[in-house]
Design a binder for this molecule. Structure first.
Ligand code: MN
Length: 339
C-alpha cells in the first residue's frame, strides 16, 4: 500500500495524549482516519507515526483498512529507506514490484518488500473471477525503517506463506517478523524487532523482551492491560522494561503486537519515503518524477525500476502515482515525546 495523501504534511498528527514517560507505561494513542486518494477512495486508520511517537522500535508506519468492500487499487509508486510489511486479514492482494515479483498474498501470509535505495510496486485487490461481489477486504500495512547501515541496500522482496507459532498461557501468536516467545520468524529484518498476530482469551501472560518498547493494536474483541481498557481503535504504547504482559481478554480477542529496541536514529518521513534529510527526500521525489518521462527499457534500469503490467494498454491498471508537491517548508525529523 501507499501513503496516497494528496498533500502529505508533517503536521497532520494529533498531539501526544499524555506527558512522555519512560519505563513500562501504557499510553493510548488515537487512530486517525486518512482518506487515500484515487478513483475508488479508500479510508485507512493510521496509528503510526504520531506526533511525539514517530516509531516503536523500527516500526514507523501502521495503517489498517477495512473490513469493507472497497477494492484496493494502488498504482505503481516508489519507496526508499524502509521495508513494507503486508498482512491481509481478509481478501487477497496482488503485489507487483520492480524487482520482478508478481504474487498474491492471502490471510496468514506475509509480504516483505525491502525498498533500500529505491523500489516501486503496485497493489490490487483480487476480484472474484466470476465477476461476483468482492469479498470483505481487511488488512494491515506496516513499514519498518531501515537503519542507516542498511538503508541504501539493493531492493528485495520475499513472501512467507507459512509462519511459526508461539503459544503460552492464554494465547497463541503467529510470529510475523523478528522473535516472540522464543520463536523466530524467517522474515529478513535489519534491527532487533518483533511483530506478532496474537489470539487470546481470558487471562493471558505474554513474554516480552524487556529491552523492547511495544505497541498493541486490538483487531477484534478487547483487552485490559494494567487494569486499563484497551479497545479496538487506538494504539496502546508500552514503554520498555516489561518482561511480560498480563492481559485480560474478552472472548475472541485478536491483536497485533509490534515492538523493538527504541530506534536511535531520527527519521524524516514524507509521502512514501523514509530518509534523514530534506535534500535526500527532495532528490527521491525528483527521481520518481523524472522516471515518468523515460521509455520502459530505460526506466527498468533507473532508481525505482519498472513495475510491469501498468503500461498504456493496461486499462484501469495503466499509469503510476505521481509524487505530490513538497510542502513549502523544510522537512524536519519528528521528535519523540516519550523516552
Ligand atoms: Mn507502497
Amino acid at each position: 500500500m501507499t501513503n496516497l495523501e494528496v498533500s502529505p504534511q508533517q503536521e497532520s498528527c494529533p498531539p501526544a495524549p499524555a506527558e512522555g514517560r519512560s519505563g513500562p507505561c501504557l499510553q493510548l494513542w488515537p487512530e486517525r482516519e486518512v482518506p487515500l486518494g484515487g478513483v475508488r477512495a479508500m479510508n485507512v486508520k493510521r496509528t503510526l507515526p504520531q506526533r511525539g511517537l514517530p516509531t516503536i522500535g523500527a516500526w514507523c508506519f501502521l495503517d489498517s483498512f477495512g473490513p469493507d468492500r472497497t477494492a484496493m487499487s494502488v498504482l505503481p509508486h516508489p519507496h526508499i529507506g524502509l521495508q513494507t510489511v503486508t498482512w491481509p486479514l481478509a481478501g487477497h492482494i496482488r503485489h507487483r514490484d520492480s524487482v520482478g515479483s508478481d504474487v498474491v498474498v492471502r490471510p496468514g501470509e506475509l509480504n516483505i518488500m525491502t525498498a533500500g535505495r529505491g523500489v516501486s510496486h503496485s497493489e490490487f485487490a483480487m476480484l472474484p473471477a466470476d465477476g461476483g461481489e468482492l469479498p470483505l477486504q481487511r488488512g494491515l500495512q506496516l513499514w519498518v525503517a531501515l537503519p542507516d547501515a542498511d538503508r541504501h541496500r539493493a531492493p528485495a522482496f520475499e513472501q512467507h506463506r507459512e509462519l511459526p507459532v508461539a503459544s503460552g498461557p492464554g494465547f497463541t501468536a503467529t510470529v510475523m517478523v523478528g522473535e516472540f516467545g522464543g520463536v523466530v520468524s524467517p522474515a529478513t529484518m535489519y534491527s532487533p524487532i518483533t511483530g506478532a498476530d496474537v489470539a487470546c482469551e481470558g487471562d493471558a501472560v505474554l513474554p516480552l523482551n524487556p529491552d523492547f518498547e511495544h505497541g498493541v493494536l486490538v483487531l477484534d474483541g478487547g483487552l485490559a492491560v494494567d487494569g486499563e481498557d484497551l479497545p479496538a481503535g487506538p494504539l496502546g504504547y508500552l514503554g520498555a522494561g516489561r518482561s511480560e504482559l498480563r492481559v485480560q481478554a474478552r472472548p475472541g480477542t485478536r491483536f497485533l503486537l509490534i515492538g523493538g529496541e527504541p530506534f536511535g536514529e531520527e527519521l524524516l518521513m514524507w509521502w512514501n519515503f523514509v530518509g534523514r534529510t530534506h535534500e535526500e527526500v527532495e532528490q527521491a521525489r525528483e527521481d520518481w518524477e523524472a522516471q515518468a518521462a523515460l521509455p520502459d527499457a530505460v526506466a527498468a534500469g533507473a532508481r525505482y525500476g519498472l513495475v510491469r503490467g501498468h503500461g498504456p494498454d493496461a486499462g484501469a491498471e495503466a499509469g503510476r502515482i505521481p509524487a505530490p508537491p513538497l510542502p513549502g517548508v523544510r522537512l524536519t525529523p519528528r521528535k519523540r515525546a516519550v523516552d
